[in-house]
Design a protein around this ligand. Structure first.
Ligand SMILES: [Zn+2]
Length: 265
């Protein structure tokens, strides 16, 4: 597999410390010496990801690896995987706290349209077939889906177009999260908000389970955000940061937060 070297995805620093106990035999987990961001220091090449290594396929390979390595842990992990997805149904309620109506972009929308009726739905989807299905559904409500990696896709929309953007279980996969968020800033209206859900590196469960924590997926999860690094990333790109799960910041396996483009910007 072709690999690309990575610098810190938050601050672009190049001298990370290795975290061997949280690494995979083929993939190094490292921590930025400057901002504490945890990430994989290499990524699979994007071209190979588009179709022949779809997330679903990679998920199967990873599950098999775990099963062979630690059968009991793999079983336990499968039994408790719901922890990463337990808030799935609330996400549109979350974004609705900041966005009442208008154009909403679903990054990595899959082959569906589950954008609520009150919004005009738009999407970006890397898998070709899913993008076509979703686009047909969104066109019925005045929107459409761009088939592209996120960074290419976002540039195809007009500036100051979106009232809201939703990124659920996406930013951990993105090789260039800061570039994507920079691009989103120009596409958002002032006062617009991005809702982000990513695995929460700060969860106590990660500390207890180590590399067997459900948030680790090699190599499809490239970025391991904690609350501090999410806030840092937001501020570097001029967003106002708001943590949704304040009370459960150390017990929730996901972090839920908003990146808000300030009014008057
Ligand atoms: Zn850094």
């Amino acid at each position: 597999m072709e690999k690309t070297n990575r610098v810190c995805p938050v601050c672009y620093e190049q001298q990370p410390s290795p975290l061997p106990e949280l690494s995979h035999p083929d993939w190094n987990t490292v921590q930025c010496a400057e901002c504490d961001m945890v990430y994989l220091d290499e990524a699979p090449d994007y071209a190979s990801l588009s179709e022949d290594m779809a997330w679903t396929k990679q998920f199967g390979i990873e599950a098999k690896r775990r099963k062979q390595k630690e059968p009991f842990i793999a079983w336990l992990d499968a039994k408790t995987r719901w922890r990463l997805h337990m808030f799935r149904d609330n996400e549109w309620d979350y974004i609705s706290e900041h966005v009442k109506s208008g154009n909403v972009l679903d990054v990595g929308c899959g082959g569906i349209n589950n954008v609520p009726e009150k919004f005009s739905p738009f999407g970006i989807e890397i898998e070709k077939e899913a993008a076509e299905i979703s686009s047909a559904l969104m066109k019925k409500r005045g929107g459409f889906v761009v088939h592209a990696p996120a960074l290419d896709g976002i540039t195809q929309f007009d500036d100051v177009f979106f009232d809201g953007i939703i990124m659920r279980s996406y930013l951990e996969h993105e090789a260039n999260p800061r570039q994507v968020l920079k691009a989103c800033y120009t596409k958002l209206k002032p006062g617009g908000a991005i809702y982000i859900k990513v695995p929460n590196f700060d969860t106590i469960n990660r500390v207890v389970r180590g590399v067997n924590w459900c948030g680790f997926r090699f190599p499809d999860h490239l970025n391991y955000f904690g609350i501090k690094t999410l806030k840092h990333l937001a501020e570097l790109e001029n967003y106002q940061f708001e943590l949704k799960n304040k009370v459960t910041r150390y017990t929730n396996d996901n972090a839920h937060c908003f990146f808000i483009k300030p009014l008057g910007q």
